[in-house]
Design a protein around this ligand. Sequence first.
Ligand code: MN
Length: 481
Amino acid sequence: MNELISIEELIEVLTYLNDEELMEVRKAYKIANELHAGKFRQSGEPYICHPLMVAFILAEFHVDKDTICAAILHDTIEDTPITQEEITRLFNEDVSLLVDGVTKISQMNFSTKQDQNMANIRKILMAMAKDVRVILIKLADRLHNMRTLQFKSEFKQKENSLETMEIFVPLAYCIGAYRIKSELEDLSLRYLEVDKYRYYEEIKLKTEEESHSCLTEMLLTLDEMLNEQNFVHEIKVRTKNVYGIYKRIEEQGHQLVDIHDLLSLKVMVQDIPNCYLTLGMIHSKYHPLHHKFKDYIYNPKTNMYQSLHTTIFGEEDRLVQTQIRTFEMDQVASFGLAAYWSLHQENARVKMQEEFKKYQFYKSLVEIDEMFADNQEFVARIKDELLTAKVYVYTIDGKVVELPVGSTPVDFAYYINDHLGNTMIGATVNDQEVPFDYQLKTQDRVRIFTDEYLSASEILLDKARTTHAKMKIKENIAHYS
Ligand code: MN
């Protein structure tokens, strides 16, 4: 994991860039290498290995050459004499804005209350909203730092791990980069709870061993079934990360036997119709546990995750979760927004930024920015609404809605649409009447009652938790007064 890497090895994986672009990458390397010359990391490696590894991680997503150059240069403004203006002159405005955006993030500290710090965090978050590539570079940077954390003091290890859990894991979730999220979680847990990490890692390995024959047999059966239909497909065995198991048992109080997705089968096919056909074939062979079926294709998560999940009675009497999705959905599930690079060659950068605007994270960020002039309040809201746990509730017709923990039926109504919120007079959860400030729980089925002749008032304002609902209520009150 901490292998040294050379510029030639990086160039080798950048097969998707043309010669001219590769020249730029070499130039970035040459400059960064000179600037960091004579500096070493605590591991003893020359410093340049770190930015090279960050670029290497990003190359897997097929990011553009500006992102690669910025990754190689990402620590130069902060640690060396070069300025943002010089980077603009040597490369272009994009590269220098990216490096600058990433530089500020390393000064992001949620625990210092000083207003200067709060103003800084605000600037960083808004820079991320403006160019999602800033988040990608920063996540890759954090991932490499976490992978090499063994060389830091115990204090630093704990501090960085906490910060990773507090900021970077939620960020990775927000843009749907599950692969990065899982690795960051496991690396953090390893330093925060050494014994627990070992314990759950052991459980994970044991489960893998025990279910090996069951999963292999099922994999072969499914493979044969899909071959008979001439479906282009790929099937993989996927294991839950150690942190995922830890969280379910320690924090949510589940028993190990109740965790059906400890090991799952991931079936990838070509298009959406084939996903549903595959689901049908699987259900005709293995009985489904009927309350465990989830359709995230019709109902994507707010980070655009799409897949069908079904838990089936598999071989050897084991319950096995099966995830069915298209190859494209799988790319999005692993890399999140970054998948746009490999999925859309033309204009990927513009398309990715456009796509980002559909993400709940982006929408909330912009709303909170608009609503709160005070930096302290802004940061508090971000932590509270965006970088926080979520609940998943249902509309009356079965659509899944994701809201921050602590949300009420009022937040739910405004999430669905403004009209529903503005005319709301009551709500039921699972067919029981609930007060406006009832705190929604995962699995709740929510119905909103309205009266066309009434309109949202001050009363609703303190029953809402999300900035979105509060903003809409205030707009409505202003409109009628
Ligand atoms: Mn760095």
